[in-house]
Write a protein that binds this ligand. Sequence first.
Ligand code: GDP
Ligand code: CA
Length: 317
Amino acid sequence: MRIVVLAGGIGGARFLLGVRAYAREVGAAVTAVVNVGDDLYVHGLKVCPDLDSVMYTLGGGADPERGWGRAGETWAVRSELAAYGAEPTWFGLGDRDIATHLVRTTMLTGGYPLSAVTEALATRWQPGVRLMPATDDRLETHVVVSDPDGDVQRAIHFQEWWVRYRAEIPTHRFVFVGAEAARPAPGVLDALASADVVLVAPSNPVVSVAPVLAVPGLREAVTGGPAPVVGVSPIIGGAAVRGMADRCLAVVGVECDAAGVGGLYGSRSSGGLLDGWLVAPEDAGAVVPGVTVGSAPLLMTDETATAAMVRAALELV
Ligand code: GDP
Ligand code: CA
């Protein structure tokens, strides 16, 4: 069996731990197609937050408390940069993490595409699933905001909105810069064409899953492909389990609950994404027209619990 997972960072990474555990049990192969909309250059280094969250988590190198970055991290470089007054000060890079970004940036500068760089980095981490960026091309999520002290609109990088402003400024919309010209990374369309099932991780639907699907041809390969598509709700009982998905959903005018997100994805039978939608037991009454809704405990407390989620998702189709 071949499983393809569309994933963002932390939610995607934790979900993939369960997918990998399930896959080992049944002998399945897993491909993760990961969001690159959060990627940015900081202090000259190319940082891919979602790819790194997935790679470190699956490779056993992630900080378990923070959920992002490396375990056992130190911050000497950050202090030195601060002593220079080097901007941006709101995006901290840990010393261990910096090694990843140095290798990545060197390879990109040398002409390797991001997909090849990701594969090279994964040789160290052995994530046990095939990791792919959604695209090798530039695709950045920007956020159109108003300055707090005026009504002038400007677009800022998603990371500035998220990390610096904690999503707490007047926000109008998200723009996936570069999306129109982006192409799916090598292997992504083949993986989708030969998939037995596509799982949409309980990732942020607006800023993790949407930018993946914004790559021309990718959404069509999912919705027009042979494999059934099952999503897992990142919203339990009307709240995002962690993170600020509620803020993102408010910006796009979608109710922050399991039915709202299911409706945002829509049913594959009427031009949307999903055949199945797995929600938490407290959301079992959620209705998404045209989609088979099932329920199971959705807290990703450990690999066993998450593997059970995966099994429940697969049983829907
Ligand atoms: P990010 O890129 O690091 O923000 O991570 P993702 O987009 O992959 O995932 C963020 C989403 O994961 C948030 O919207 C959370 O609601 C969701 N999430 C986090 N932990 C859990 C969990 O234990 N269960 C479920 N169902 N969703 C979770
Ligand atoms: Ca992210």
